[in-house]
Design a protein around this ligand. Sequence first.
Ligand code: NAP
Ligand code: HSE
Length: 431
Amino acid sequence: MRIINIALLGFGTVGQGVYELLEKNRDLLKTRLGLEFRIKKILVRDKHKKRELKVPRELFTTNFEEILKDEDISIICELMGGIEPARSYILSALETGKQVVTANKAVLAERGAEIFETAKRKRAYLGFEASVGGGIPVIKTLREALVGNQIQRIMGIVNGTTNYILTKMLEQGLSFEKALEEAKIKGFAEPDPSLDLKGIDSAHKIALLGSLSFGVFIPFEKVYVEGIEEITLMDLQFAKSFGYIIKLLAEARKIKHQIEIRVFPVLLPENHILTSIRLNYNAILIKGDFVGDILLYGLGAGKAPTASAVVSDIVEASEYLISQNSPLIRYPLKEDKELSIKPIEKGIFKYYFRFSALDQPGVLSKISGILGKYGISISSVVQMGRQKKKGAVPIVILTHESEEKKVSLALEEIDRLEVVKAKTQSLRILE
Ligand code: NAP
Ligand code: HSE
């Protein structure tokens, strides 16, 4: 039976998941593929660190060159994360003629132009199924199943950590910090969790999905990003009282020659399909010109689902290796200097505002007066309870469709009012 030797770069949540899967389902893979996968080397920072899994010590190395020079190793799985040294290792592996699999959306979204170009030039395989949506086969769906479609829109919940936090806060009243702690312990969060919280991880993912969908490399910096750090339990509860659930949404759409690409928390009506996506589940809605709408759903973060995606790439890489075919790079992902991204200021949305204002006569009319001046029309207003002592109370206003630019100007003016005691919370509503 043919043996395929693999090296893992990284042995954290994902690396250990891949090791476990290849051990546990060794016989299944042998029967299905007639191949045996053997992990020959594992690159880590610290060879002596205590690990949960029992792994022969001699597999560990801290020397990447040792892996690169080993001619028996044909597939390198980069499961470390971060930009450097991940980028250099991926490029060296491709240049040396190895097949590469990565779960690292950050390096692809930020340095993808040179990485994809190198893979193409070297006619090497570069698999990145695990980089978006954990165990959900969204990359293969775009590259293979939907290859005959013009993709018009792709949107969804693509970060498990933030979805876990928002779910736990709303459903169990957990504090933001406690819910984040749980997500870290469960292995969903990035090594630097601020990437999850600030929406950057989702932005990396939507940059990749948008690039695949529209066939042009969309640099990560072009994605408009807001995270969930400012979302409070009060916002989740107010939104619910109006019939909405707050989710961190990633969205890319193409309208004629312009692309809209963004990540931000939104209020979705309770009956929207994406509001049923809880905890570390992800879901991605894709609209193609022939297929119409499809929804992909599954576990978007964690050891086991991510390992499942990595192994699907290892198998695909092995197919190329055995057949000696060079992969058909169906999405050239070339950079487009003329790429036109619609600025967020030109957007039109409905809004949720939560003002922190003094409980005094005339306050509401001051706020609504400024909104009116900028042509922002109110659809609902709620002031919860009366403040017994001196201090601010929350006033929540929902609006009809308004121009983003005018909303920014109005909120700047409102936040300068003496009766307004804190920065106004402003969230977009999608129907
Ligand atoms: P992790 O648990 O922090 O593990 C990172 C591993 O990489 C550790 O074993 C670490 O070595 C090793 N490492 C880091 N920098 C290194 C360096 N410079 N040289 C050698 N080894 C280095 O991270 P993870 O959660 O498995 O995530 C890995 C990648 O998968 C990231 O790109 C992440 O975005 C992606 N991903 C994660 C998930 C998830 O649910 N966790 C899901 C999808 C994709 P030591 O053990 O010696 O410290
Ligand atoms: N930190 C990421 C998340 C891991 O929470 O979704 C999966 O990409």
